[in-house]
Design a binder for this molecule. Sequence first.
Ligand code: ARG
Length: 269
Amino acid sequence: MMKGRKTILTMLLSATLALTAGCGAKETATSGTSEAKTIRVGTDAAYAPFEYLDGGKVVGFDADFLDAVMKEAGLKYELKNVGWEPLFASLKTGELDMGISAITINDDRKKTYDFSSPYYESTQMIMVKEGSSVKKADDLKSLKKIGVQTGTTGAEAAEKLVGKNSERISKYENTVLAIMALKNGEVDAVVADNGVVKEYVKNNPKEKIVAIEDKASFDSEFYGLMFKKDSKDRDKVEAAVQKIMENGKYTEIYKKWFNTDPDLEALKK
Ligand code: ARG
């Protein structure tokens, strides 16, 4: 019995991998610019509603936001689905110029990369199966396994609770895989960004997964566009970010994806 399940699981996993690892490259040309260079932007398109693949194309709040910013800046770009850890590595080596991937701005990353000003406020949330004993972040300490995406602030948050290098933390290459591990019982909880957790729970009511918020334990995080250090594009892009926040374009995109008005003041803090 177990064996049969495992095979199906393996098949499912490879199907997901194929889905999430596909090349979701997208090219957008903008008019009215003399800039010949195409800015290479990387993402990990397994993080709906921020970035995910729809028919091989990267879509989501981040994709729309990026498009509006680059149009405003008059810059040509190409958005590639490279995966989360490769995104950081490729920015460092200069294979990519920029990253957009629901990336939290933090001091550690600031040592290696440059960021735009914040464009989205988020916090960590916990996903468990209905009936779980977990009601708050502290309860994670009593679990056997917690699933996270490698190298994310969710992984950090889990490590803060149960200890760095704890074998109770299972790390996955992307968040879709971590959620699948929760569904099949490989892990007892997943820690990820609230926007993603809420979207998943809302879209999959039959899976009986619940989302737990714990504002006392999890801080506010802010997403930024990420650049390699001393990027020549940053200032131009940043000016465009400011512009679309002021002219209503950002609000329009935010409403399309989150059905509510953004708190622009919170982003300025
Ligand atoms: N905000 C979190 C971080 O920066 C998670 C982002 C994960 N993004 C993704 N596209 N997988 O660490």
